[in-house]
Design a protein around this ligand. Structure first.
Ligand SMILES: Cc1ncc(COP(=O)(O)O)c(C=O)c1O
Length: 403
């Protein structure tokens, strides 16, 4: 039988987790901290806009995004980042049905477009699974790049050889990173963009978590790419899923390199999923509103503060710069897989072993880690983290002293 190309994809992390914990039913209230599915209140005005635009479900939607939505996206970019107002709704913006499909389809185009003899896609590891799906579908060679603490939880650009840079088609970067919440800074982007322009590859900068930050704001790859008056070689991806707690709305966009965007739109207008018309009106209003984002960010900050108070330096806890995950080192407790089993069995907490997001195995260092999503409310977050620390404090006591 013909090999099935997606057999190369690692099994989905959540399917693996279900298998890991199957057969155990905890006897306490359950805290699901496994999926990055935001539970904060989305803006109340969403409902009325859907009602007002209901008749639009009777028409095929505008596949490239209605003007007001693309305008909202360009205005938001110009407001949020130091772009000197150059983001333009016609040249630089492409409407997406959420960034997941956007990343996948962009990978298909970029690999063809880059015209490398043996195209490479570099992917930070651990990683959001669709990067690998895109690379496999595009038949690119994948380089998984470890992102340990020693390199600031970002890929080490110095680890790629000249020959590899020459064949690079796409370099994925995620900032704030999922799962560690690390930011790429100006110097990092400068180096990467210089390499992209020298070797003519695309940077796909996944910035879906850009609005969830704790102290400083993350910058965008677009800010650095804009310095020369355009966004050459850079495409950044943004979404309402995390920013506005609307993962079910399916609104995202990508922005950047005008030539790429023009070609991408040409491909998408015949091949990509559209955002339903009424939802494009909702998305326009949501991108134009900042108040709910400020409130949601404040709630995430409260949860990070609670985590800091409860965990202290247990599990090598470090305050993430952004995003809503805790990336906890469970090496002292048997590693991420054992911790996920123990937490489910003894604390009714569902959390994701770091290695389920990795393709590098023990070499990548994710085996030691557990990803804990702070997507629930304050009270649940507090209870879950207290249950977790009580459990581990207890098992660390000498035998006999355990309750
Ligand atoms: C790092 C990262 N990128 C992209 C996405 C896709 O988000 P969406 O398709 O909802 O925009 C996710 C979703 O969890 C993610 O974690």
């Amino acid at each position: 039988m013909e090999p099935y190309i997606f057999d190369k994809l690692p099994q989905g992390p959540f399917a693996k987790l279900r298998q890991l914990i199957a057969g155990t039913t905890p006897k306490m209230s359950i805290f699901d901290m496994s999926i990055g599915d935001p539970k904060h209140q989305f803006p109340k005005f969403v409902q009325q806009i859907i009602i007002d635009n209901m008749s639009g479900f009777g028409n095929y939607p505008d596949g490239l995004g209605i003007e007001s939505l693309r305008n909202a996206n360009a205005n938001w970019l110009n407001r949020r980042f130091k772009l000197e107002n150059i983001a333009d709704m016609n040249q630089h913006i492409c409407t997406l049905n959420g960034t997941r499909e956007g990343l996948f389809n962009a990978a298909l185009l970029a690999v063809k477009q880059a015209q490398k003899s043996t195209p490479i896609m570099a992917i930070p590891d651990p990683f959001y699974q669709v990067y690998a799906a895109g690379a496999i579908a595009a038949q690119a060679e994948i380089i998984f790049m470890p992102t340990p603490k020693s390199t600031g939880f970002l890929p080490d650009l110095g680890s790629i050889s000249d020959a590899q840079w020459q064949n690079m088609a796409v370099f994925f970067i995620c900032s704030p990173s999922n799962p560690q919440g690390a930011f790429a800074d100006k110097a990092y982007y400068e180096k990467l963009i210089a390499l992209a322009r020298k070797h003519d590859f695309y940077i796909f900068s996944d910035e879906c978590y850009s609005e969830i930050y704790y102290d400083e704001k993350p910058i965008s790859a677009l800010e650095v790419a804009a310095k020369d008056g355009d966004f050459k070689n850079v495409i950044s991806f943004f979404s309402l899923s995390k920013r506005s707690s609307l993962p079910g709305l399916r609104s995202g966009f990508c922005a950047g390199d005008a030539t790429f965007i023009a070609r991408y739109k040409k491909m998408r207008v015949v091949a990509a999923p559209q955002v339903p018309g009424p939802l494009q009106h909702v998305a326009t209003a949501v991108w134009n509103d900042e108040q709910h984002v400020v409130e949601s960010r404040a709630l995430y900050a409260q949860k990070i503060d609670i985590a800091e108070q409860i965990l202290g330096n247990m599990f090598d806890f470090e305050r993430p710069q952004g995003g809503f995950f805790l990336w906890l080192n469970m090496a002292a407790y048997g590693g991420g897989v054992k911790a996920a089993q123990d937490l489910w069995q003894h604390c009714a907490i569902k959390a994701l072993p770091g290695c389920y997001l990795s393709s590098l195995g023990s070499e990548g260092g994710a085996d030691d880690y557990l990803r804990v999503a702070l997507v629930g409310n304050l009270a649940d977050t507090k209870s879950a983290l207290k249950r977790m620390t009580a459990f581990y404090s207890n098992i660390n006591k000498p035998r006999g002293a355990q309750k």
